[in-house]
Design a protein around this ligand. Structure first.
Ligand code: GDD
Length: 409
């Protein structure tokens, strides 16, 4: 049997995702019309002999209750949310629930970060992992040398794929091969995490004996029960024939900002062509809008037949789109009203917002820049004919004059 664990983090972790994280836990923010965490969950469905999926986080239980029960029914597979009382770190969180995770004596445990977007080649990783015979295999990818320092950089043996060296977000360049945040382990991983705890306890006792104040304050910054998979496990165990790498040649991105969620929504829409073509709007039938490229439209949304939608658009529940509207490269969240002849591109329109006639909401589409996409928070009103360009607008604002390159507080 195999189990999968998805680390969803908690409310304090989503600060870069503001203003969208005010309304919804980041893992439930829709990408291609499905909650972010839905994409790794559906990928897990392809793992042979998968018995359970656990989501581990420190959000309130009730925030995930509805999603977890509906996805369990839909996939006919038990999905459970396990809540930590406080953050324990990526390895600490796994260890905290070790008794539940190992209940049915799984042979392998997948661990996935929820804020990565990729094709999750999990069955192939499992096969590779069995061939390597180590304690863990991690998904890795080559990125540009300039962007590598935002991630864990590593060196792998080109023939055996063994992890030889690992440094988390190094200040000086190590390698453009990086950690994708997707792993498969044997249950030995729990002993490796236990070692970290025991060593720390040993060191703490030693300090208590020698009463060495300076050392004590130097280590006080991280709590003793906080264990990070990268710094505390992968770095010290690299080069010991315990960890191996599996390189993906497919797409991979990390989702830390609203702008990146727009990019990842696009990547997942493109993937739907192969995995779930039924979710893409076809534009057939004489009553539907004019569709171009990859588009998701929730069945409850009402789109005027003269509207031009696409490419890369995802429209959520109860959205109303008027005549002559043009939408491309955008995410329209629940209950938004878009009046006649509105133009939207490279933007996210927050829940219950309203866009007046002939208004423009747009951006230059540089996903990495702070203001390269326009983000409207919940219930923002853009009045008729107003132009919003490269802006972040906080919830409940009314825009009655045109704005550009601004954060509207
Ligand atoms: N449950 C729980 N508890 N989840 C956590 C905790 C915790 O205490 N801390 C982090 N997470 C979750 C986050 O929500 C995220 O999904 C994942 O664990 C990793 O988060 P971080 O530890 O903050 O690391 P990161 O995202 O900056 O970088 C990691 O992932 C990159 C790939 O996306 C590192 O492993 C990098 O090396 C890697 O490149």
């Amino acid at each position: 049997k195999v189990v999968a664990v998805i680390m969803v983090g908690g409310p304090t972790k989503g600060t870069r995702f503001r203003p969208l994280s005010f309304n919804i836990p980041k893992p439930l923010f829709p990408l291609a019309g499905q909650p972010m965490v839905h994409h790794p969950i559906s990928a897990c469905k392809r793992i042979p002999n998968l018995a359970q999926i656990y989501l581990i986080g420190f959000y309130e239980e009730r925030e995930f209750a509805l999603y977890v029960s509906s996805i369990s029914n839909e996939l006919k597979l038990p999905v459970r949310y396990l809540r930590e009382d406080k953050p324990h770190g990526s390895a600490g969180g796994l260890y905290y629930f070790r008794d539940i995770i190992t209940e049915d004596s799984p042979s392998h445990i997948f661990l996935l970060n929820c804020d990565v977007c990729c094709s999750f080649p999990l069955p192939a990783m499992l096969d590779a992992h069995k061939r390597y015979g180590g304690m863990g295999t991690m998904l890795v990818i080559k990125v540009s040398a300039e962007s590598a320092n935002q991630f864990g950089e590593l060196i792998a043996d080109p023939t055996t794929n063994e992890l030889l060296h690992y440094t988390e977000k190094p200040e000086t360049f190590v390698s453009n091969l990086i950690n994708c945040g997707v792993y498969v382990f044997t249950p030995d991983i729990f002993s490796a995490i236990r070692e970290v705890y025991m060593n720390r306890e040993g060191r703490a006792n030693l300090r208590r004996l020698s009463n060495f104040e300076t050392l004590q304050s130097a280590t006080r910054t991280i709590p003793v029960d906080f264990v990070r998979l990268d710094q505390d496990i992968l770095s010290p165990l690299a080069g010991k024939k315990q960890f191996y790498t599996y390189e993906t040649m497919d797409f991979w991105e990390q989702i830390k900002t609203p702008g990146m969620s727009l990019k990842c929504s696009e990547l997942y829409l493109a993937q739907f062509r192969y995995t779930s073509p039924d979710l893409l709007a076809s534009g057939d039938g004489n009553k539907s809008a004019i569709i171009s490229g990859d588009v998701y439209i929730h069945p409850s949304a009402k789109v005027h037949p003269s509207a031009k939608i696409g490419p890369n658009v995802s429209i959520s529940a109860n959205v109303r789109v008027g005549a002559g509207v043009r939408l491309s490269g955008c995410i329209i969240l629940d209950d938004v009203e878009i009046k006649e002849n509105v133009f939207v591109t490279n933007s996210i329109i927050g829940w219950k917002s309203s866009l007046g006639r002939w208004s423009h909401v747009q951006a230059d589409g540089n996903y990495d820049a702070r203001l390269g996409t326009t983000i409207l928070g919940e219930a923002v009103t853009v009045e008729d004919e107003v132009v919003v360009f490269n802006c972040i607008v906080l919830p409940h604002k009314t825009l009655n004059v045109s704005v550009q390159e601004e954060i509207i507080l």
